[in-house]
Design a protein around this ligand. Structure first.
Ligand code: SF4
Ligand code: SF4
Length: 144
């Protein structure tokens, strides 16, 4: 099956995100190979923004928040290029079902149709992030 992750805009959940930044604090979003390609193309080195743990690449945290989060402006420094997982949030998958994470203050505004539209991708996302370290090695994305 070909990769669906080449069109990041498709994976943005249409709901009332108030850009509070809660999902950028204390979380380490998992990364897909396509996320790493997109972010390294901006000039960042893999080791600057990602850590591999348990066979999964994740966004690095600094001072308790994502390395790309700017607390002064409560904003994401790479917003147009941010990872697929950041776009899919607050949809999450617990291994059994896709649901809306209630940590997000506006989780109630996620329409049912968005859960139906993106739910299959949330499951696939969890599967594909596990393959990321292999793909990164094969494509040489981790080079300094
Ligand atoms: S926690 Fe929810 S409302 Fe706040 S920035 Fe994240 S997705 Fe948007
Ligand atoms: S990449 Fe941007 S949207 Fe994603 S967790 Fe980091 S600061 Fe937040």
């Amino acid at each position: 099956m070909s990769s669906p992750w080449r069109s990041p805009e498709f994976f943005e959940v249409r709901f009332k995100c108030i850009k509070c930044g809660i999902c950028c604090i204390g979380t380490e979003m998992e990364l897909l190979p396509e996320d790493i390609e997109r972010i390294t193309a901006l000039g960042y080195r893999l080791g600057e923004f990602a850590v591999e743990r348990g066979g999964v690449y994740r966004l690095k945290n600094v001072d308790g928040h994502c390395v790309f989060y700017d607390p002064a402006t409560s904003s994401c420094k790479i917003y147009p290029h941010r990872p697929i997982g950041c776009r899919l949030y607050p949809l999450v998958f617990d291994g059994r079902e896709v649901y809306v994470d209630r940590t997000c203050p506006t989780w109630r505004t996620v329409p049912r149709r968005e859960i139906e539209r993106l739910g299959p991708y949330v499951k696939r996302f969890v599967e594909d992030v596990r393959a990321t370290p292999i793909v990164v090695r094969l494509r040489g994305l981790g080079r300094p």
